[in-house]
Every structure is written in C-alpha cells, then in structure tokens.
Write a protein of this length. Sequence first.
Length: 264
Amino acid sequence: MNRRKFLKVSGLSLGGLAVAGIGVDMSGISTKKNYYLQGNYAPVNNIISETDLKVTGQIPKDLSGLLLRNGPNPMSPVNEKKHHWFLGEGMLHGIRLDSGNALWYKNKLVDGNDSVANTSVISHSGKIYAIVEAGGYPVEIDQELNSLNTKPFYGDRNAGFTAHPKIDPDTNEMHAMCYDYANNFDTIDYVVVDEKGLHKKTQSIPFESRSMLHECAITKNYMLVFDLSVAFDLYKLGRGYFPFSWDDNHSARIGLLDRNGDSN
C-alpha cells in the first residue's frame, strides 16, 4: 500500500488534505480556527511560471543553480477538523539562478509514482527527488520541476523512503531509516543508496514502539535511531484522524545500529 492509498484507507483522502499545518492538536480534535489555511500559510491555488522577476538588491555573479522547496498544499476543499499539517499534495517551488540573474520562478505539483511526496526535496547522484516518510515513494524531478515516473533507488521494487536521509561525506552513500506502519506494523528498514543512486541494501529491524521516525543521524560506524514519544495510533487511524500523537507512556530512546552489522 503506497502513501496515497494509505491516506484514502485512513479517511484522509486527497480531497481533505492540508497545506503546511493545522490549528488542531495532534489528536485531530479542533481547538480553534485553522490558521494554517490563512494568510501566509494559505494554500497556493495557481500553477504559474514567471520569467520577469524583480530583484531587490543584487545577486552575486557567481551564484548559479536551482533553489527548490517542497511542502503540502491542498488543491481541494479540506476538512478543518481532520486534516493535519503533514498532509496534502506535494507542491514544488523553484527559482532558477544563472550568473547572478534570476531567470524564472515556477511552481508545480508533485505527480509521479502515485505518491504524495510532499515533505522534502533532495539531490543525489546528479538527480533531484521529492520525498516523504511513512511509506510514500520517492519521485524523481527534472530541472523544470516535472515529475518523472521512474523507480528511484529500487529498480522494479516499489518501497517507501524517508523525508530526511543523510549523506555520508566520505562515501557519498545515502542512509535512511524508513517506516511504513500501514504495511509493516512492527518493523522498520535501514536503507542504503550508493553513490550512483542505486539501492545497496535494506536491513529490516524489529521495532514494536511504532514511533514517528522523522529524523536520523549517522556517524562513521553507526546509524542513530530516534525512538521518540510521538507514536502511531491505529485507533486514530481507524477513525480517520491523523494517526500520530504524543504518548506520555513512551520514553524517548536513541539506538545505535552498526552500519556494517546485523539488526541487533
């Protein structure tokens, strides 16, 4: 089950997704007007491409490249009581700079691999990827912000990834802690992508606490696994609410996983 199908099963359909947050607590019970649908947080409804950009000040002449951001953006009316900060179609915003000139700004929806890749954007092995955690597939993005229906990292295998992988500066390998509790309720995966952008290994690890593995860290020899107090709640998922919430009974732990060892 990919993340888009997971949202539909949970009652959090794409028609009820949020932009970048909600004015409700983590249980999905409305506490006040949803301020993440207002003002600076309001959804962007238009897809545009502009080349006549006004620059205030001066861009350094040696600054060239593509500045990208990614985030949730609802394109349909939302249920203010149930939608959550982390949910919504992914929308990319990009500015192309060349020798100190701002050539264009454009925004486009992430639309590939049937995935709601709405959280982050990374560059690895000369390619750009929109990514998300909790079972969503990575989506390759071209230099014009178009989504490509490729199978990043895994070849023919569809598998979820993470929103915040880490790059080893010595090997240029990408390391990630991945979870997909809708399909694998009591395991997580340590995934390594090599310097060429190809899947190198997946190591499954027993993990019964079902906490939200939003981040990770690496050292030369270890992967740090953050088992924190925001955890997956199947009961909330069944009621159509955002399934992660704070658990007072779950103490935070940090695990050390040998990068070259087994899952112990």
